[in-house]
Structure formats: structure tokens, C-alpha cells
Design a protein around this ligand. Structure first.
Ligand code: KIV
Ligand code: ZN
Length: 441
């Protein structure tokens, strides 16, 4: 036996990927028209802006709290991932939240970096605190939220429709008077009377909001309905072409990514999502899934994002480490098994041509060192490739002997990991060392 190097099946191209991801967005002043000193990103180049709310909607989920240092580290990584907007927190919620948003605005919100956003209720105090926190960013955004469904207005807010319209107009006008961009979210938009939703969004637009968000706050919608809602907003809010329509979906029915994709097809050009899909209750739309759906099925969607897909796996791991919330092994894109092939037929096919069982490559999402998982279904071919990847070159006879031992082990253990393979090969390594020593003596 001799040692050598070699990596298993490292085809680079994604099977379905036909849209080349473009580079980082330029400063807004270059890519958007400016109105009243605020940018309005309405030119449709098929790019869907990624608004990451891991640090706000994600962090407010049970068990996902992060320290200041962790939030800042995640924000830097999100900038490397090239998200368009980072919602860094809810500054009025606590001093700690304000400090985190402010530090992220100062450290991460450079001219070529992402927009930095903070959440505010439709209250002057919230909006003022939000503005002081995000102001240091080159591109700062105030995100105002007020519920518009009858259910929320009656039972939560105790407000009439007229009071809600007036509050939205006042809040958006006040935020616009401070500076930066203003986004308005009609909380529980999905369960809002559509005519009233159009009225509220029209008021927000007329007062200067440049992003109008229609959240599925409770994860109730389905792709057809949610796409129709976005189309309805685009058709019924006069002047909507001056604004970006945004989607924000929760995953209570497991449809958050599907609904976000339907919204993008219907003309939403901002999608709000989180890394690993963390967020309130069942979570938000998973950023990595939405992005890779557009990337891999570019021809079908005719849309793209500016995300640096090779940073996805690393970002996922960082968020998991910081929140302490593990990523399930079968999680799409970033789960440990997402690119692992164990069945013998699959492994053989992938080793001959990765496109047989892979629609995108592990490299595209930044997985390094993952690949074949060996188990009782794995064949000789897979074992050969794995041992070579670990630096061993076996003769056919040696491979047959190791394979027999491997099968025995795989029957007892569910998965045979790299340590096990090293263990199986140890006698061969020791034997060849012995031979070398003997020949030197
Ligand atoms: O789910 C929701 O409605 C929200 C808003 C703040 C956008 O998170
Ligand atoms: Zn939400």
C-alpha cells in the first residue's frame, strides 16, 4: 500500500443551474432612482433582494438568543454572504437590542455593505430609537410594523380601521422626516381584508415608504393564495411601481419557502428570511433554501439573488453555534446529509457522474469535506474513493480485505465514519511501515 491523494467525484457544475449569480449589489445611489432623497428600488432586473432577519425574527424565537458579540459576528458573516439587508434587531425592545443594532450599523453598514435595518412599532418613541440605532449605517432603514387584520386590530390593538390608517400615515411620515429608507409591514396581511390592505399600503406609500411588506405572520397561506395576494397588491395600490413589494413568510404549515417563491414569481422583489429558517414558532422562510431554489432552477424562475452561495454552509454553522440550535441532518442545503449518499446504487452513480443524484454541488453551497457517507449499503467503489480521499492507495487485494472488514463493521454500526476507516486501514499502514523498517535495516 502507498499513500496518495485524491478526492472523490468533484464535479463543479450544478445540474440545473443556468443563471450565473451576479456580484454584490452596488451602493443604492448607483442602482436605484432617488426620490425625495430616498432610494426606490423599483427597476425590475429580476433580482430578488434578500432581507435577512435572523438577528430579529430569528433571534426572538425561543432558545435562539445571542450575545452582543455573537450578533456582531453573525452580522459580519451575513455581509460576507452578501445579503442586501440585515434586520439587526428591535432597538426599542431593550438597551441590549439598541446597542447591538447600533454596533452592527457602525461596523457592518458600510457603503458597499448591506443596508442595516431596525424594527419599530408605529410609535414615535420606537421610531426615534430605531433611527438613532441604525443612523451610522451608510444605508439605514426603519422598518415599521402595524397589524391590519380585523382580528389583530380588534383584539390586540383595540383600534378601528380609520385609526390604523392614520397611525400608519403618521408613523411613516415621521420616519421619513428622520432620513434613511422606510419599510412598512402590514402585520397579518394574509388575513387582512384585501381592500383594506390596499388602502393601508397606499397610505404608507403616499407618505414615503419605499418597501411594502405583506407578511404571512401566522404561516397560514398557500403558494397560490400568497402569489395572488402579491399580484393583488401590485394591481391595486396606485403608484406601487415606486416601491418594492416584499414577502415575509412563516413556516407553520411548512410552506414558508414555497410561499416566498410564489411571491417572487408574482413580482415580490424582496424576500425576508432567516438562516436555517429559525424564527417565531415553526420559523421563517429559510434563506439558504429560497436562494438555492432560484439558483438551481434559474431557468424556471428567471430570477436571481446576489447571495454568495459558497458562504451558505459556513453561515449556517455559525448561526447554529451562536444560537445553540442544531441543524437537523436532513435539512435541505445545509444539513449534514444534504449532499451525502449512502445507498450503494446512489454512491456508484454519483462517483461515475455526480449529476445522476445531485441537482447542485456541495461546493456551490460551501460544503467542504463532506461527500460519501459509508454504511452497510456502500459498495467497493465507494470504499475505494473514500480511502483515496483519506490519502491511502490500496492494491485490489488490500481493498478486498478491507472491504470484508468494512462490511462486518457496517453491519454493527449504522454509519462508518472517517475514524473507523482509519482504524480499518491501520494494520495496512503498520504493515507497510514494518516493511519499510525491515528494508532499511
Ligand atoms: O411576522 C411578521 O409579521 C413580522 C413583522 C414584524 C414583519 O415579523
Ligand atoms: Zn415574522
Amino acid at each position: 500500500m502507498s499513500t496518495g491523494s485524491g478526492r472523490a467525484g468533484s464535479g463543479k457544475r450544478d445540474a440545473g443551474s443556468d443563471v450565473v449569480q451576479n456580484g454584490r449589489s452596488r451602493p443604492q445611489a448607483e442602482e436605484s432612482s432617488m426620490e425625495n432623497g430616498r432610494s426606490s428600488d423599483h427597476a425590475d432586473d429580476g433580482r430578488v433582494r434578500i432581507f435577512d432577519t435572523t438577528l430579529r425574527d430569528g433571534e426572538q424565537a425561543p432558545g435562539c438568543t445571542m450575545t452582543l458579540e455573537e450578533k456582531v459576528a453573525v452580522a459580519h458573516q451575513l455581509a460576507r454572504l452578501k445579503v442586501d439587508v440585515i434586520e439587526a434587531g428591535f432597538p426599542a425592545a431593550s438597551e441590549g437590542d439598541w446597542t447591538a443594532v447600533n454596533q452592527i450599523a457602525r461596523e457592518v453598514g458600510g457603503l458597499y455593505g448591506p443596508d442595516i435595518c431596525g424594527l419599530a412599532r408605529a410609535k414615535e418613541r420606537d421610531i426615534d430609537l430605531c433611527w438613532t440605532a441604525v443612523e451610522p449605517a451608510a444605508n439605514a432603514r426603519i422598518h415599521i410594523v402595524l397589524a391590519t387584520s380585523d382580528l389583530h386590530m380588534k383584539h390586540k390593538l383595540g383600534m378601528t380601521r380609520a385609526q390604523v390608517v392614520a397611525a400608519v400615515a403618521a408613523a411613516v411620515s415621521h420616519a421619513c422626516s428622520l432620513g434613511g429608507q422606510v419599510e412598512f409591514s402590514a402585520e397579518d396581511a394574509v388575513r387582512t381584508d384585501p381592500q383594506f390592505l390596499y388602502e393601508v399600503l397606499t397610505a404608507a406609500l403616499d407618505c414615503g415608504a419605499t418597501t411594502l411588506n405583506v407578511p404571512d405572520t401566522v404561516g397560514y397561506s398557500t403558494p397560490d393564495e400568497y402569489g395572488a395576494l402579491v399580484s393583488g397588491v401590485r394591481a391595486n395600490v396606485p403608484g406601487i411601481e415606486r416601491a418594492t413589494v416584499s414577502a415575509h413568510c412563516h413556516d407553520d404549515l411548512g410552506l414558508a419557502v414555497a410561499n416566498s417563491l410564489a411571491a417572487a414569481r408574482a413580482g415580490a422583489r424582496q424576500v425576508e428570511c432567516t438562516i436555517n429558517g429559525i424564527g417565531e414558532r415553526a420559523g421563517n422562510a429559510a434563506l439558504e433554501e429560497f436562494v438555492m431554489a432560484l439558483h438551481t432552477r434559474g431557468q424556471f424562475f428567471g430570477l436571481h439573488t446576489s447571495i454568495e452561495t459558497r458562504a451558505l454552509a459556513r453561515t449556517s454553522r455559525l448561526v447554529s453555534q451562536c444560537t445553540g440550535v442544531p441543524v437537523p441532518p436532513n435539512k435541505a442545503i445545509v444539513g449534514a446529509n444534504a449532499f451525502a449518499h449512502e445507498a450503494g446504487i446512489h454512491q456508484d452513480g454519483v462517483l461515475k457522474n455526480r449529476l445522476t443524484y445531485e441537482i447542485m454541488s456541495a461546493e456551490t453551497v460551501g460544503w467542504d469535506g463532506v461527500g460519501l457517507v459509508l454504511g452497510k449499503h456502500s459498495g467497493r467503489h465507494a470504499l475505494r474513493v473514500k480511502t483515496e480521499a483519506l490519502g491511502y492507495e490500496l492494491t485490489d487485494d488490500e481493498l478486498s480485505r478491507v472491504f470484508a472488514q468494512f462490511k462486518e463493521l457496517a453491519d454493527r454500526k449504522k454509519l462508518v465514519d472517517e475514524q473507523d476507516i482509519h482504524g480499518l486501514l491501520f494494520p495496512f499502514v503498520a504493515g507497510s511501515l514494518q516493511l519499510q523498517l525491515e528494508s532499511k535495516a
